[in-house]
Design a protein around this ligand. Structure first.
Ligand SMILES: *Cc1c(COP(=O)(O)O)cnc(C)c1O
Length: 378
């Protein structure tokens, strides 16, 4: 079988080719203006994103990790304060907590949704707990209604790590709908190139509906400066550059289309794997849409590595997000001493596997990938 092109986990080049003229024109405008940091392009993108998300404030910054760090810096926390995070996430979520001398409390996740639940969070709350960082892993929102209720009950801040779920919509029991990342006190996202809304370098943003927090966040992200050369807070240098904002401004109107393309790929995979008992396809929870940053399935019976090798032999890439629980990382050992391993996180690290997922997938490629998987389990 001859495929149109090499199979990739994410096809950034193919996506660029379709919007090349608009991207190039926007970038050229930035070059001609010579306004490279912040400025009108960045402001315009922040406004567009705030409108899309239905949130009052969007403050852009240098990357998603900084977004999380700045969010925590805005909350007046003290060293030793406890912040609850899932152990099954990308390192950045817990890294910034430790960096600020706060204490990451790593908790387990649900085996079907891969997200932490309100019950798991509540069980980890102590008198030292100050904030919760739910992660909307792989593109589906955590159970924000119940998480917000727990936060309210215990007077805790909620910072949503929305790096993987931009555009995901969460429905509350009263029928109201809010975008992931706009429900907690602060939401954070990443525009890393391979994210669902990616730029062509590093970028990130912070969302909030709270005016006072928004003001503090924008001051912190710009050297703690409330007025040029007047510094009221210890901040950092974390700004989105205008070239990245130009790229994002062109791409944002395509985000819904991109999400639909990802959902179509996911549906194709689902149908192809429905009769394979060793495969658990990704669960769709009732109250959140899934924007499929990753198509992550579980492979039972210890066959994951053999399946990966079989696919690699056919030039089909696959990835493990994530192979090691955060508390087993050398850097995080001090935060987990003496505690029992988290059973679901441990099991997921051995069973999860992600297949190619992007906006440019051709049906012939999907056919090739799914047949290869089916053939392995025959
Ligand atoms: C990508 C990612 C981040 C960090 O974003 P960067 O822009 O790479 O710093 C944080 N959390 C999660 C869950 C991510 O996937």
């Amino acid at each position: 079988m001859t495929l149109p092109s090499k199979i990739v986990m994410v096809d950034l080049k193919g996506q660029y080719k379709k919007i090349e003229a608009a991207i190039n024109a926007e970038i050229k405008e930035v070059l001609d203006s010579a306004w490279f940091i912040k400025g009108p392009k960045v402001n315009a993108f922040e406004t567009d994103l705030a409108n899309y998300l239905g949130v009052k404030h969007v403050i852009s910054c240098a990357n998603g990790t900084d977004a999380l760090q700045i969010a925590l810096m805005a909350l007046d926390l003290a060293p030793g304060d406890e912040i609850i995070v899932p152990a099954f996430t990308y390192v950045a979520t817990a890294e910034v907590i430790a960096l600020l001398r706060l204490t990451p409390i790593m908790i387990d996740v649900a085996t079907d949704s891969f997200n932490s639940t309100a019950d798991l969070i509540e069980a980890a709350i102590t008198p030292k707990t100050k904030a919760i960082v739910p992660v909307h892993l792989f593109g589906q929102s955590a159970d924000m209604e119940n998480i917000m209720a727990i936060a309210k009950k215990h007077n805790l801040f909620v910072i949503e790590d929305n790096a993987q779920a931009i555009g995901s919509a969460y429905t509350f029991t009263d029928g109201s709908v809010q975008k992931a990342g706009t429900i907690g006190d602060i939401g954070c996202t990443s525009f890393f190139p391979s994210k669902n809304l990616g730029c062509y370098g590093d970028g990130g943003a912070i969302f909030t509906n709270n005016d006072a927090l928004a003001q503090k966040i924008s001051i912190i992200a710009n050297h703690g400066q409330h007025k040029k050369y007047h510094h009221s807070l210890i901040g950092c240098n974390s700004r989105l550059d205008a070239i990245q904002a130009a790229v994002l401004k062109v791409k944002l109107p395509y985000l819904e289309e991109y999400i639909t393309a990802r959902q179509t790929v996911a549906a194709y995979y689902d149908a192809a794997f429905a009769d394979i008992p060793e495969i658990t396809i990704p669960k769709r929870v009732a109250n959140s849409t899934h924007v499929f940053h990753q198509y992550t399935m579980k492979i039972a019976g210890g066959k994951r590595e053999d399946l990966q090798n079989h696919l690699a032999g056919l030039d089909i890439p696959s990835m493990i997000y994530y192979p090691i629980p955060l508390y087993k990382q050398i850097a995080f050992a001090p935060y987990y001493q003496g505690k029992a391993p988290l059973p679901v996180t441990e099991a997921l690290c051995k069973e999860v596997m992600s297949l190619p997922m992007h906006t440019e997938m051709e049906e012939i490629t999907l056919g090739y990938i799914t047949e290869a998987v089916q053939q392995f389990f025959k």
